[in-house]
Design a protein around this ligand. Structure first.
Ligand code: UGA
Length: 444
């Protein structure tokens, strides 16, 4: 099949390359010339394991191309995916749908014949219907667009696998809509593998996506709220999560207590969900998400507080090393990153903060230019009075505590070097027996 994908960020670029991998002819479209140039040259402008190889292979096969030209896109195919961003609006909790609207508004007058728009972006419920009206207003005589919604559930760091082998495909159709046959053709490969395919109405499809993210955020904040109680009574939240997670109705996934959730999706999606529910007069229904958000943000403060306490009450002039800047491992994304947020707060409290992250250094430097950025773990650890692990990269989990001990400043307060595990990802016993004062979130 021939198709276009509007937006070439984490979602759009991955979707375009994966659709080409499945044998479709794909044109990726973006208004950002630098991104299009980079992708055309086979360079992925962000870190996503496996994507560079997929991009190159499909550029070479001729099945994948990129353009900034909407006219070309309108002529290239009759099926168009929208994967542009819906960031949080400035000064509000609501999602900004400007970019999604702009795609439809610009594309509609250029098309001829019958076209299908499949929205993938995370949008407030009701957006698809508004886009249909916008499309109807802007198409010429003899041309038409059907808007359907096909939310995306990929995780950064696993985006290729999640796109090629999704755990479900959701398609939202308007009444009388006939996008199902085309969507089945697009996803024929996954459907052959018995991937569940759920056809629902438009608002349900839009809500499925925000509900999934709101549930994940709630699950993380639940365990982090329990974490706060564990801290006051000296209980161990990780052992607790293991125990409750064995109940298959609960499950252990997303019960990872620690610094909490960040990134470009979960935080802004729960806020947009609250805002939209408020607009619809159902604000009470989603007000618990405010607490989910608050619990999450408190974990960041707790980590800073713990560092202050461990250093004897003041951070002023102290050498603090933060391992991690990305919002999660296997990503270079620092949007709303708990790790970088903690590093920034420590710095604002007067600490001399050194950061190291295997992939997110450039993005972190752009956002927080005033922190020190080390070129290696070794350089980051040298002279540190306290070490904070803020993103659970494999490199940090596999760090040899004996070796790390030889690099740090030594014995600031306890007669021992101090490490705070903000992700409950280190081997506690190994660090303790190597002579570290070991602290972690939610563990006494
Ligand atoms: C999330 C969803 O998981 C995807 O299904 C969804 O498609 C995507 O948002 C989106 O809307 O585009 P992602 O933002 O890539 O994916 O990251 P997650 O793997 O969900 O992690 C989010 C945050 O939660 C990270 O900061 C992570 O460190 C944190 N987390 C995750 C925890 O603190 N504890 C856990 O147990 C799990």
């Amino acid at each position: 099949m021939r198709m276009t994908v509007f937006g070439t960020g984490y979602l759009g670029a991955t979707h375009a390359a994966c659709m080409a991998e499945l044998g479709h002819d794909v044109l990726g479209v973006d208004v950002d010339e630098a991104k299009i140039k980079s992708l055309t040259e086979g360079k992925v402008p962000f870190f996503e394991p496996g994507l560079p190889e997929l991009l190159q292979r499909n550029l070479d096969s001729g099945r994948l191309g990129f353009t900034t030209d909407y006219e070309e896109a309108a002529q290239f195919a009759n099926v168009h995916f929208i994967g542009v961003g819906t960031p949080q609006k400035k000064g509000s909790y609501a999602a900004d749908t400007t970019y999604v609207r702009a795609v439809v508004e610009s594309l509609a007058p250029l098309i001829e014949g019958e076209h299908l728009v499949l929205g993938k972006s995370t949008v407030p419920v009701g957006t698809a219907a508004q886009l249909q009206a916008l499309a109807d207003e802007n198409t010429n005589d003899g041309a038409s667009i059907e808007v359907a919604w096909n939310p995306e559930f990929l995780r950064e760091g696993h985006a290729v696998k999640d796109t090629l082998r999704p755990d479900r495909i959701v398609l939202g159709l308007q009444e009388g809509g006939n996008a199902e046959a085309l969507a089945r053709e697009v996803y024929a490969d996954a459907l052959q593998q018995d991937t569940p395919f759920l056809v629902v109405d438009l608002p349900t499809a839009e809500l499925v996506k925000v509900s999934a993210n709101a549930f994940l955020a709630t699950k993380i904040s639940f365990i982090n709220a329990v974490s706060e109680v564990c801290e006051t009574v000296g209980a161990d939240v990780t052992a607790l999560a293991d125990a409750i997670g064995l109940d298959e109705r609960i499950g252990r996934k997303f019960l990872g207590a620690g610094l909490g959730f960040g990134g470009g999706c979960l935080p802004k999606d729960i806020r947009a969900f609250m805002a939209r529910a408020g607009e619809l007069g159902a604000d009470q229904a989603m007000s618990f998400l405010r607490e989910v958000d608050a619990i999450n943000m408190r974990r960041r403060e707790k980590m800073v507080e713990l560092a202050r306490q461990e250093l004897g009450g003041s951070l002023l002039g102290r050498n603090v090393t933060v391992l991690g800047a990305a919002f999660k491992p296997n990503s270079d994304d620092v949007r709303d990153s708990p790790a970088l947020n903690v590093a920034g707060s420590l710095s604002l409290s007067g600490a001399a903060v050194t950061v190291f992250d295997p992939e997110a250094m450039t993005n972190a430097q752009r956002l927080f230019p005033t922190l020190n950025y080390a070129e290696s773990i070794e350089e980051a650890l040298r002279g540190a009075e306290i070490v904070l692990v803020a993103t659970e990269w494999k490199e940090f989990q596999e760090l040899d505590p004996e070796w790390a001990r030889t690099l740090v400043a030594g014995e600031p307060v306890h007669g021992k070097p101090i490490v705070i595990d903000g992700r409950n990802c280190l081997n506690t016993e190994a660090w303790k027996s190597a002579g570290w004062e070991f602290r972690a979130l939610g563990r006494g």
